[in-house]
Design a protein around this ligand. Structure first.
Ligand SMILES: [Cu+2]
Length: 167
């Protein structure tokens, strides 16, 4: 990146006016941040985002998605957010001592480089708590996942019926 910026500076002579220099520096910094930030985004591929339909009295739903990490960095999914939910948590299902499946809140989900993470019923899911609308089949809701490098990825979760099971 530094090399690229130096090249950029060489090819674009900056007039020796301190004011213009300042503006230019700001511009270069913005450009650098934009490129760095944008790169992390572009390397995460999202597929098949969906959420479970709710009845008007239901205040909780779950969202699922398939993510692939095409970046060279091992990442962790550390948070989820949706404007339709007061609170959003990363959950998984684990077996309790009686052999029953129960939901567990997790702090992060490993997301290694060149690997896929599938959120699905009975496994990883985004728990949306105190939702502010009824999730109607065919509508969609935005969900944002945040990674441990500070980048994030937003996907649209299409609302599927209660009977829906992904392949
Ligand atoms: Cu849950």
């Amino acid at each position: 990146m530094a090399k690229l910026l130096n090249q950029f500076r060489k090819n674009w002579p900056i007039p020796h006016t301190s004011r213009i220099n300042k503006v230019m520096k700001k511009l270069l910094l913005t450009l650098t941040l934009f490129v760095l930030y944008g790169t992390a985004h572009a390397h995460i591929i999202v597929q098949d985002g969906w959420a479970r339909a709710t009845t008007p009295s239901q205040k909780v739903s779950a969202a699922y998605v398939i993510l692939t990490n095409h970046s060279p960095d091992d990442l962790k999914i550390v948070a989820a957010h949706s404007p339709i939910a007061e609170r959003t948590e990363l959950h998984t299902h684990t077996m309790d001592e009686h052999g029953r499946m129960e939901m567990t809140h997790v702090d992060s989900i490993p997301f290694p480089s060149m690997e896929m993470v599938q959120f699905k019923p009975g496994g990883w899911h985004v728990m949306m708590i105190n939702i502010n609308r009824t999730l109607v089949v065919g509508h969609d809701v935005p969900v944002t996942l945040t990674f441990d490098d500070g980048s994030s990825k937003t996907f649209r979760a299409v609302v599927k019926p209660l009977s829906y099971r992904p392949e």
